[in-house]
Design a protein around this ligand. Structure first.
Ligand SMILES: NC(=O)c1ccc[n+]([C@@H]2O[C@H](COP(=O)([O-])OP(=O)(O)OC[C@H]3O[C@@H](n4cnc5c(N)ncnc54)[C@H](O)[C@@H]3O)[C@@H](O)[C@H]2O)c1
Length: 365
């Protein structure tokens, strides 16, 4: 393979928590020669622009996406605001990295896929867990056949309600299933690549989020996903742990069973403890100073000494490497993300109706 060495211009749309990580990482990447940032709140774009030394900051997404110096676009807006900037960038022939979930409705995901196909443009979706070292290693073991045929497995993810409320405040429809369990649906489908989810049965329950005015969000949700190979995955989420619980992000377990091997991932992060009378500033929840934290449990990763460690750093660098050198990357495709969205929507539908949901979802769901 011959590597090229291109220099590119990047626009980051949405200058919030995740847009800030992406812009800081892009600013440090050797292949990036131009950087623009935008946000509906002009002050946020300006302050991020100053922080990363961007060439342009603007309150207009349209302006930064259309700039001739911009070759590729990162969309880090809230969940319901992904589609418009993605379609604009794709329409201009510019490759996109959009945060998960690709969209909130299958029709919107289909519009993105259709536009990208028509223009021959690549759309990738930020399922950062693929870039966690352990899962990356796991994928390699599966590809090398160490598990034999995958029979099934289990995954569950927990977090404190403090972070869930930040997500729900931003987008009330971004429930723990659509917004968080989605990572584990993506991992399950990635590990089971080549077989397709065909049925979902799920049950949910909760008081905490419903009493706080978020009727669509379950406190606990458990689902069984069956694949056409016969593999069965049990996947669940509880983002309603008490707000002082020491995790700073996802505390997870993921287990994959095959005919000749198993993978057991312990991602609860209880092994690294920081306790400080001065408190620890939560990266996602403003003014949420926990005295005891599981250090390193922030799901996207952590900045220390102006360097970022963690899956969002690996993922952003890998995508920029891909675009500047032609090296393949492992980010989810728009089609992968559409399938994942379909499974999470089916989970919510099954929990709501009590029915077993066959996939593909019929129109109207
Ligand atoms: N990959 C990850 O690790 C990860 C982690 C958390 C969230 N996310 C995803 O990233 C996205 C953003 O989450 P966040 O935590 O950064 O949210 P956030 O609220 O911190 O940031 C969103 C920003 O977008 C701005 N905004 C709102 N509407 C906009 C629009 N139409 N155009 C431009 N800017 C707009 C807001 O003013 C805000 O600054 C979501 O899709 C979320 O699911 C990804």
């Amino acid at each position: 393979m011959v590597l090229t060495r291109k220099q590119i211009g990047v626009a980051v749309v949405g200058s919030g928590r995740i847009g800030t990580h992406r812009a800081r990482l892009a600013a440090q990447h050797p292949g990036v020669r131009y950087l623009a940032v935008s946000d509906v709140e002009a002050a946020r774009a300006r302050s991020l622009g100053e922080r990363v030394g961007a060439d342009l900051s603007s309150a207009s997404n349209e302006e930064v996406i259309a700039r001739p110096e911009v070759d590729v676009v990162i969309v880090s807006t809230p969940e319901p605001a992904h589609v418009a900037p993605v379609l604009q960038a794709v329409g201009l022939g510019k490759p996109v990295l959009v945060e998960k979930p690709i969209a909130m409705a299958l029709e919107d995901a289909d519009r993105i896929i259709g536009a990208a196909e028509a223009k021959g443009v690549e759309v990738r979706v930020g399922y950062i867990m693929r870039y966690k070292r352990q899962y990356f290693l796991g994928k390699q073991q599966i590809l090398e056949g160490r598990l034999g045929r995958i029979i099934g497995g289990a995954g569950r993810v927990y977090n404190s309600r403090a972070q869930a409320f930040e997500i729900l405040k931003r987008s009330a429809d971004a429930t723990p299933v659509v917004d968080v369990l989605t990572y584990y649906v993506d991992l399950a489908c990635w590990f089971l690549e080549g077989s397709r989810p065909v049925e979902v049965v799920a049950r949910g329950n909760g008081l905490v989020f419903k009493e706080a005015g978020y009727p669509k969000a379950d406190d606990v949700h458990w689902a069984l996903v069956t694949f056409d190979s016969g593999a069965v995955m049990s996947l669940g989420v509880c983002y309603a742990l008490p707000s002082q619980y020491p995790t700073l992000g996802q505390s997870a377990r993921l287990e994959i069973m095959g005919t000749e091997g198993v993978l057991f991932f312990d991602e609860d992060h209880k092994e690294n403890i920081l306790y400080s009378e001065k408190g620890y500033p939560h990266a996602y929840v403003p003014d949420h100073n926990l005295k005891m934290v599981f250090l390193g449990s922030t799901s996207s990763g952590d900045w220390s000494l102006d360097h970022m460690y963690g899956p969002i750093a690996e993922e952003t660098r890998s995508w920029l490497d891909h675009l500047t050198t032609g090296r393949p990357c492992l980010l989810a495709t728009a089609e992968d993300a559409r399938q994942t969205l379909e499974v999470t929507l089916a989970m919510e539908l099954s929990a709501r109706t009590g029915a077993a949901i066959r996939l593909p979802l019929s129109e109207g769901h």
